[in-house]
Design a protein around this ligand. Structure first.
Ligand code: 5GP
Length: 131
């Protein structure tokens, strides 16, 4: 069965899309630790990040770098934190989280509740900065 992220890529489930190309897709995490918290995935469905083939993994990191640069330009922060968990969704993904303090990337923290309008606004702004 397709993962929830593959269904997002196909447009079967809506998402706040930031960027995509033939191989990668970036969108806002629905339960963000901070405004601008994004997920970057390979479209190829592979559960565990470190099972991803070298070429796809290298491309995923480079695509994530471009997304991180776009988030930096949009969300006030000191830098973009990177995390890989994968305990919930079995489709390799990289979390990008804007950081001011170390605690901003604490996954035990209560997640932000944002309105649909705010999610859309953030995704659009980041998307506009994506090059
Ligand atoms: P992980 O697998 O890295 O432990 O957690 C999966 C992440 O994906 C969580 O931060 C969760 O909020 C996010 N997530 C799960 N389902 C959806 C979804 O349907 N849409 C979006 N945008 N994010 C999701």
């Amino acid at each position: 069965m397709a993962t929830i992220f593959s269904r997002i890529v196909k447009g079967e489930i809506p998402s706040y899309r930031i960027a995509e190309d033939e191989r990668y897709f970036a969108f806002l995490d629905i339960n963000p630790l901070a405004e601008g918290h994004a997920l970057v995935i390979p479209k190829k469905e592979i559960d565990y990040l470190f099972d991803v083939d070298d070429e796809t993994l290298a491309g995923l990191i480079l695509f994530s770098k471009r997304v991180a640069k776009a988030i930096e330009k949009t969300i006030p922060c000191k830098r973009i934190g990177v995390a890989v968990l994968g305990l919930e969704v079995p489709h390799a993904h990289i979390h990008l989280v804007p950081l001011i303090n170390e605690s901003d990337i604490n996954f035990f923290k209560p997640k932000l509740k944002l309105t649909t309008e705010r999610f859309k606004e953030i995704a659009e702004k980041i998307s506009n900065e994506f090059i």
